[in-house]
Design a protein around this ligand. Structure first.
Ligand code: IPE
Ligand code: IPE
Ligand code: MG
Length: 240
């Protein structure tokens, strides 16, 4: 049976503005094929471009990709180094394409601990695409939700006046990327049902969709299917 054409079933008026993706399963994808885990990461990186095209075509405004968590430092040194090398290569080789396609590159997380060459190429990608307006590609690198909240509180505490107190609205202004809207749809691949410290504040009212597909196998048709699933949900935000 041919796969269902979910794209044609989507309601263009209810496309999520901000889609966040936990790109998981690269290692298992490779291991199952007798390949190295790094090969899985390479294949995973190749998925991003066609996915951004599909997202842009649908009218999604922001795609946040979880590419390296603050907990991923606990992996073997060789894998961590391999990941930074791959990410550096990704930005280096794609910067022109991203620029031409109108994609604005952003970073959410803490850059300070990254290798200098990676920091440099990320900064350049951000700088050279800052005028692009078609879609925002928000790379979450060395990102941890708890660290973001702690950093937000500390940066607020450093600035506050004598009797000031924290509020929900104010807290949002101290996050790493305060101008980005809350997440509407959170997708996690690879059949794991957890958040793994991703965008804890921003997903407060996101719809969660989990799929068994491993990240290197994720194609635009899987994106259409998750958005279709999202559109079947009733978002109540605590109201009736
Ligand atoms: C996700 O794939 C990518 C990163 C965390 C960098 P994994 O490397 O977690 O793949 P699995 O979960 O081991 O299959
Ligand atoms: C989450 O995946 C982080 C990224 C996708 C970058 P992990 O594979 O690191 O998460 P856990 O360890 O299964 O929770
Ligand atoms: Mg994983």
């Amino acid at each position: 049976m041919a796969p269902k054409d979910y794209k044609s079933l989507l309601d263009p008026a209810r496309i999520p503005a901000h889609v966040a993706i936990i790109m998981d399963g690269n290692g298992r994808w490779a291991t199952r094929r007798g390949l190295s885990r790094m090969e899985g990461h390479r294949r995973g990186a190749e998925v991003v471009e066609s996915l951004m095209d599909a997202a842009m075509d649908l009218g999604i405004r922001v795609v946040s990709l979880y590419a390296f968590s603050t907990e991923n430092w606990s992996r073997p040194r060789a894998e961590v180094q391999g990941l930074w090398k791959l990410l550096g290569y990704f930005f280096e080789s794609r910067i022109e394409t991203l620029k031409k396609r109108g994609i604005q590159v952003r970073h959410t997380g803490s850059l300070a601990q990254l290798p200098a060459s990676t920091q440099e190429v990320i900064a350049r990608s951000i700088r050279e695409t800052r005028r692009n307006r078609k879609i925002i590609l928000n790379f979450c690198l060395n990102y941890g939700g708890r660290q973001e909240l702690v950093d937000a509180v500390n940066s607020w505490a450093g600035r506050r006046g004598a009797k000031e107190t924290m509020t929900v609205a104010k807290m949002g202004r101290f996050l790493y990327s305060p101008d980005l809207p809350d997440v509407d749809l959170l997708i996690r691949t690879s059949g794991e049902y957890r958040i793994s410290n991703f965008l804890l504040w921003q997903i407060a009212y996101a719809e969660l969709v989990f799929t068994k597909v491993l990240w290197p196998d994720f194609r635009p048709r899987h994106l259409y299917r998750t958005i279709y699933e999202y559109q079947t949900r009733e978002r109540r935000f605590g109201g009736l």
